[in-house]
Design a protein around this ligand. Structure first.
Ligand SMILES: Nc1ncnc2c1ncn2[C@@H]1O[C@H](COP(=O)(O)OP(=O)(O)O)[C@@H](O)[C@H]1O
Ligand SMILES: [Mg+2]
Length: 329
């Protein structure tokens, strides 16, 4: 075991209050005292239950957002972490579907040559002639020619496939190579309320394009010991892009994913993220559950695949939290 892990186990950890971490927990297992959202009796006012998030902050009620009278222009959010397997694609799909349920017009831009967001939304990108690659690299291809409706009402997709991996190299010789995605999005931005860009696990030119196009960045972090490794580099990249290319760019929030409330380990990791980043950490935490991989096999967002599962509920809460923070319409 490395020194980092050894040291981290020696750091004092404030215990989360009772009932703090049940709302987004996995229910694949029988509920234990720890996974049930219990009240400790101490926080009640007017008989209303006061709930806490996993780091002990009072969990606000995020109201159901009012329906929008008109749509657009979109706020563009890049889903970013150069580490793979942290929940970027799952969060993109699930949050997009949850926002669409609330009547938002949402566009998911698959910006990873692996095409996982496309597959997860039921579209096999390998059979497609036109993807985000063509809209970026070919002047006569408009994003409207590329985008597809999904089975979720109000949720559209710009697919990607392996072609996109060539863009990373080809873009190097382009004029304004960092703002190619931004330009491609211009033709659709007025038709959506939110555009979510699912980045590939790297900090290369494609990710810089996503950050240059975006108003905000969301950073999903897996609840495990080395989660914070690399975040400093990511934040540095975000700051460079803000200074040099996109002054409006802000960090919307850090999202703890794959959280298992039954382990001290996961609680420690979230606590450390909170100590490092404060209220940039979303109140909403996504529990670890096999329903997410199951939903991606079914090529459906969890809100469709298992609409009443806590995993779906958690992403609806994240959607409401995002709107409540003013980071989405
Ligand atoms: N909350 C979760 N609980 C359990 N498994 C998850 C969760 N979120 C994502 N996964 C699974 O973990 C894997 C990686 O997630 P993914 O969203 O593809 O990450 P990334 O896009 O960052 O590489 C996928 O198999 C996905 O189904
Ligand atoms: Mg992904």
């Amino acid at each position: 075991m490395s020194t980092e892990a050894t040291q981290s186990t020696q750091e004092p950890v404030r215990p989360a209050p009772a009932g703090a971490h049940g709302y987004a927990a996995d229910t694949d297992q029988p509920a234990t005292d720890d996974t049930v959202a219990a009240t400790d009796g101490s926080g009640s006012t007017d008989g209303a239950e006061v709930r806490h998030d996993p780091v002990g902050r009072v969990l606000p009620e995020f109201p159901e957002p009012a329906l929008l009278a008109e749509h657009g222009p979109a706020r563009i959010i890049a889903m970013c972490n150069q580490k793979g397997g942290v929940g970027k694609t799952t969060t993109t799909i699930s949050l997009a579907a949850a926002l669409a349920e609330y009547g938002r017009r949402v566009l998911v831009v698959d910006f990873d040559p692996q095409g996982a967001a496309s597959v997860g939304l039921g579209i096999n990108p390998n059979e497609l002639d036109l993807t985000v690659y063509n809209a970026m690299m070919e002047r006569d291809v408009d994003l409207h020619d590329v985008l597809r409706r999904t089975e979720v009402e109000g949720l559209d997709l710009v697919p990607a496939n392996i072609d996109l991996s060539a863009a990373e190299v080809q873009l190097v010789g382009e004029v304004a190579r960092e703002s190619v995605l931004s330009r491609a999005l211009r033709s659709v931005v007025d038709e959506y309320d939110v555009i979510l860009v699912d980045c590939q696990p790297s900090l290369g030119l494609l990710t810089v394009n996503a950050l240059t196009a975006a108003h905000g960045v969301m950073i999903p972090l897996e609840c495990e010991f080395f989660a914070l490794r690399g975040v400093a580099l990511l934040v540095e990249t975000i700051e460079k892009v803000r200074d040099r290319l996109n002054p409006r760019l802000e960090v919307d929030g850090i999202l703890a994913t794959m959280y298992d409330s039954r382990t001290l380990h996961a609680r420690e990791v979230v606590q450390r993220v909170y100590e490092a980043f404060g209220d940039t950490l979303f109140h909403t935490v996504i529990g670890r559950t096999v329903k997410f991989p199951d939903a991606s096999v079914a090529a459906e967002p969890i809100t469709v695949y298992a609409p009443t599962h806590p995993g779906a509920t958690a992403y609806r809460q994240l959607a409401r939290e995002l709107v409540a923070r003013g980071d989405a319409a």
